[in-house]
Design a protein around this ligand. Structure first.
Ligand code: ASP
Ligand code: MG
Length: 450
């Protein structure tokens, strides 16, 4: 394996010229860093999503565009770049305005993706300029030439083989002496139309490019110094985790720890590429290494929390001693491309929670009226919201005696709506009322993680 590091910087890391300066320091400090993947500057994608929805009146539209221009202009002012780049950014802003106006007349997922992708296009151009100003040989690359997806706008799936051969042909030969700066989150379909990978997808892009180029490491630079035992905003005693396994980190990303997009680790696992997570603001603070195997594998590693969960309970007397009911339910969910997180069954009912992670770039609801109507033809459907999913992450949890009693003793004062235990040795999770979530996380952390 060649020594090649792919470094990804998140929205807060490239929020303004000062933050971008810290990222440039990080890139230039590691000669192995040859590919840099960027998010849009903080707040930009949210603004673009609102524009893509096409529902703003004249005044609100003007205000959103002004905010967007302000973010880019402040970076331009600080960089005082060559006139060409300045013109390119202005052209991009003009294009955004034209698309936003078009979206007000008629919006669709394709237009939305074209619009939403512009944030990364601008941040990556600005950062390339910054690296060049620092004397680096840096080159801007349009990732749409490299990352091939299907045409599912808003949350496209990646064609790994095509992406690999495009990366190998187009950019592998340049890596020897050039730092390539490109966009996270976006790709293109076989017709060259812009697609996006779902919100927060830049981490995933970095891992995909790392996989396609046989990288030896992937760095995800964000605004927290690594993965913590739980959210430090909820539990003051939360600690950073220096090293964690792929399996544990994947469970954490899936079940709420917002540091990583949940799909990020798949490419890394396939090629066994270690992933580092750290803060671009304080790189010296260290971070978390995620690897196939780790020196320690504690029974309890971390607690993750995911809010805004929806519990769907399907009830039908026909389920009693029948077969095929679940197949029909999952058939409907599969047709609508809805993925299920937790599931429990009884004789005449089945309860499930839905996976909202890496949600549609354009903010579309997962559980549409159409899905509910189709399920309603099959059985009685009850939808409850106001719930939170708490996941305890660790190792061998389903193999060690007494885990259940230890966990539930900790939670004896709380009402637990649903439990999933045993399917994975790395995770035990349950659903609680939103209002109890913070207390439950605190209890678990205090009782099991100290
Ligand atoms: N800019 C995109 C978002 O805000 C992708 C990313 O930052 O990962 O969702
Ligand atoms: Mg992110």
């Amino acid at each position: 394996m060649t020594v090649l590091n792919v470094a990804k910087f998140g929205g807060t890391s490239v929020a303004d010229a000062t933050a971008m300066g810290c990222c440039a320091d990080i890139v230039l400090a590691n000669p192995a860093t040859r590919v840099v993947v960027l998010s849009a500057s903080a707040g930009v994608t949210n603004l673009l999503v609102t524009l893509a929805q096409g529902e703003l009146g004249d005044e609100a539209l003007g205000a959103q565009l002004a905010q967007l221009t302000g973010i880019q202009q402040r970076i331009l002012d600080a960089l005082s770049p060559n006139p060409e780049l300045q013109a390119a950014i202005y052209a991009q802003l003009a294009e955004i305005e034209a698309m936003a106006r078009q979206a007000r007349l008629h919006t669709d997922a394709e237009l939305a993706d074209r619009l939403i992708a512009c944030g990364e296009m601008m941040s990556s151009r600005l950062f390339t300029e910054l690296l060049c100003q620092r004397g680096a040989k840096a080159q801007w690359v349009d990732v749409r030439r490299l990352l091939r997806t299907d045409s599912r706008f808003g949350k496209a799936s990646v064609d790994l083989d095509a992406t690999r051969s495009l990366c190998q042909q187009e950019i592998a030969p340049l890596l020897g002496d050039t730092i390539l700066v490109t966009q996270g989150f976006i790709g293109s379909d076989e017709h060259g139309r812009t697609t996006t990978l779902g919100r927060g997808g830049s981490d995933y892009s970095a891992a995909l490019l790392g996989e396609a180029l046989d990288a030896s490491s992937i760095e995800i630079w964000t605004d927290v110094p690594g993965i913590y035992t739980t959210d430090p905003r909820l539990v003051t005693r939360a600690r950073p985790i220096p090293e964690i396994s792929f399996a544990e980190a994947a469970e954490m990303a899936t079940f709420g720890a917002k540091v990583l997009h949940p799909s990020t680790l798949q490419p890394a696992v396939r090629r066994d590429i270690p992933v580092f997570v750290g803060s671009s603001r304080e790189p010296a603070a260290g971070g978390t290494w995620i690897r196939a195997t780790t020196r320690s594998s504690p029974l309890f590693r971390a607690v993750a929390l995911r809010r805004n969960q929806v519990l769907v309970t399907l009830h039908s007397p026909n389920m009693f001693h029948a077969y095929g009911f679940l197949a029909e339910v999952f058939g409907i969910l599969a047709r609508h491309r809805i993925s299920v997180d937790l599931i429990t069954t009884s004789e005449v009912s089945v309860s499930l929670t839905l996976d909202h992670t890496g949600s549609q770039s354009n903010g579309e609801a997962t559980l549409s009226d159409k899905v509910l109507a189709e399920l309603g033809e099959l059985c009685k459907v009850k939808v409850e919201s106001g719930l939170a999913l708490v996941a305890l992450i660790g190792n061998r949890m389903s193999e060690v005696n007494g885990v259940g009693s230890q966990v539930f003793a900790t939670l004896q004062d709380h009402n637990i709506r649903m439990i999933c235990y045993g399917a994975s040795a790395h995770n035990l999770c349950f659903l609680v009322g939103e209002e109890e979530a913070a207390a439950v996380v605190n209890r678990l952390h205090q009782g099991l993680l100290g």
